[in-house]
Design a protein around this ligand. Structure first.
Ligand code: FMN
Length: 138
């Protein structure tokens, strides 16, 4: 909730789910969400469209920053996490709204599956690419 947001609108809501029945239901409508079968906790990061200050979808950006911060904090606490995308897939969004009984103004952005890793993570690869950084102009 300390993530930056457009005009400080903080147009987010967080649904913490530990019930495996609900994890499985989400997995049934999301083809790439197997992490939910073995995770401990899932946090569904949602936008609250009624709390938006501007007539554009800044909720997506607000919630992405909040979700990223959740993952960084989880890492800091030794908890593994993976981002399972919902937005902008309409099928996943509509079904997850039904499963979680979300009001019409609440739009799910992603599900973050979290838990203590069963195996030690491999050493992180080096993803730094100098060529991706452009200075002053392209
Ligand atoms: C916008 C976005 C959507 C993603 N969707 C999924 C997903 O639906 N299922 C999944 O297992 N991982 C998903 N991921 C996780 C990526 O696959 C993962 O971050 C990437 O492979 C890099 O791996 P790492 O995060 O472990 O470094 C998503 C990540 C992002 C940022």
């Amino acid at each position: 909730m300390y993530a930056p947001s457009a005009g400080n609108e903080q147009a987010w809501e967080f649904i913490v789910i530990r019930d495996k029945t609900i994890h499985r239901k989400i997995c049934d409508v999301h083809p790439n969400a197997k992490a939910l079968l073995t995770c401990d906790t899932a946090i569904v990061v949602c936008g609250n469209l009624k709390e938006q200050k501007y007539p554009v979808d800044y909720w997506v950006l607000d919630c992405s920053l909040a979700g990223g911060n959740i993952m960084l904090e989880a890492y800091e606490l030794g908890v593994g996490s993976v981002w399972l995308s919902v937005y902008p897939n309409k099928y996943r969004s509509e079904n997850i709204k039904k499963i979680l009984a979300l009001p019409p103004e609440i739009s799910p952005l992603c599900v973050i599956a979290m838990g203590y890793a069963a195996e030690a993570s491999p050493a992180p690869e080096n993803r730094f690419r100098e060529s991706k950084i452009h200075r002053e102009t392209w």
